[in-house]
Design a protein around this ligand. Structure first.
Ligand code: NIG
Ligand code: FE
Length: 386
């Protein structure tokens, strides 16, 4: 079945090869796929017609970094931060205890609620990490829960050392835990940071993951300068995430390797750290993606519109660059060429804004202007069971 979506005030295609935006536009969906885009006046016939009344239409957001599988609440930790206590990686252990104590059903219900929250804010593709189980059983079941919601699952057994000897834990992460996790995961990630894992440990863990068929990603340079970004560039990873503290050599290494810097401005908002300098990266020729990092500790927002607004207000990105980073580049950060842009052949994942242009995502911060989210050529209908 085909659907003509017409009277689009601004179609933000996110197509790096074509015009990034079109006015007075239309789009035809055939099944789950975009079949045609162009001027509304030239639109071909279709089985159904939807008039969006001059609203803007954008690709669905691709959130390439989230930690949705967890239990418990760390609101008090946030409140203490706002009163001056700094963020520290060790808070992860609080969530680990709550996650281990939760049933599979509780974890699944929690992820379902968060994914639904994301959908309502325009996210159509989401990556979900494990990392709050940190035992063989709890990492495997975290990933099995995540897999019910997305193909983009990431094994993050190396989130923090939960207890005991660090070297023994690295052996577990690269041994029995990897064996149990890898059937449920596409990616492997390491929190490379003071208080978590150093660059040598990260290299060892990513190598073991690669041998088990998992692609590497990295949390790096979030809280301090460190060697993680250089490691990601050396290994030619598709993306390295956070990139808050960067030396000039890190920026050059990212440019030369083509590794995408995924910036997570909700974290700096929620930890009161300095924002990463997106302008510096873009002007140096580094590709920048935006993601939420939705997690109970450093950043409990599921909102890509908030991330876009922060990137524009605080990180020197234009609204168009920020939307591109939250769609097309986010898809590339997951090595996906089937989502992230409204061009013929890609999946018809799209957002309708109750606004005339993409600029309103930053111009109207905090206002729920996402009025519809389409996934695979159909409007998402709000789940009632969650
Ligand atoms: O991406 N950096 C590591 N992991 C999360 C925070 C986890 C937590 O505090 O629970 C992050 O910021
Ligand atoms: Fe993270």
């Amino acid at each position: 079945m085909s659907v003509l979506i017409t009277n689009i005030g601004e179609l933000f295609t996110s197509d790096p090869e074509g015009p990034p935006t079109m006015e007075a536009a239309a789009l035809v969906v055939d099944g789950a796929t975009v079949a045609w885009t162009g001027a509304a006046a030239d639109a071909p016939p279709a089985d159904e017609r939807v008039d969006v009344g001059g609203r803007a239409v954008l690709p669905g957001f691709v959130d390439s970094h989230s930690h949705l599988v967890f239990a418990g609440d760390r609101a008090q930790e946030f409140a203490a931060r706002m009163a001056g206590t700094p963020y520290a990686a060790g808070g992860i252990r609080t969530t680990v205890a709550a996650t281990r104590a939760a049933t599979d059903e509780q974890l699944t219900g929690h992820v379902a609620r968060l994914v639904e929250e994301m959908r309502r804010q325009g996210t159509t593709t989401v990556e979900i990490k494990s990392g709050y189980g940190l035992t063989v059983h709890d990492e495997a079941r975290s990933l099995a829960v995540a897999r019910q919601f997305t193909e983009e699952t990431t094994y993050l057994g190396a989130h923090v050392v939960p207890e005991g000897d660090p070297q023994e834990y690295v052996d577990l992460v690269t041994g029995a835990m990897l064996d149990a996790a890898s059937p449920h995961a596409r990616w492997i990630d390491v929190f490379c940071e003071r208080g978590a894992f150093d660059a040598d440990q990260a290299r060892t863990i990513l190598r073991a993951g690669a041998a088990a068929g998992l692609r590497g990603r990295l949390h790096a340079n979030q809280l301090t300068y460190g060697e993680g970004v250089q490691l990601a560039a050396d290994l030619g990873l598709v993306a390295v995430d956070h990139c808050t503290y960067l030396a000039d050599a890190d920026v050059a290494a990212l440019r030369d390797s083509g590794t995408i810097a995924t910036l997570l401005p909700g974290v700096e908002f929620s930890t009161r750290q300095p924002y990463p300098d997106a302008r510096r990266l873009l002007d140096s020729g580094v590709d920048v993606a935006l993601a939420s990092d939705c997690n109970p500790g450093s950043c409990f927002t599921s909102s890509m519109p908030l991330c876009i607004a922060l990137a524009v207000r605080e990180m020197g990105m234009t609204p168009a660059e920020a939307v591109h980073a939250a769609t097309y580049v986010g898809a590339r950060a997951l090595d996906r060429d089937d989502v992230g842009a409204l061009v013929p052949g890609r999946r018809a994942d799209l957002v309708v804004l109750d606004a005339p242009s993409h600029v309103h995502l930053a111009y109207r911060p905090g206002v729920p202007i996402v009025t519809a989210t389409w996934v695979g050529g159909r409007p998402h209908v709000r789940a009632t069971a969650v």
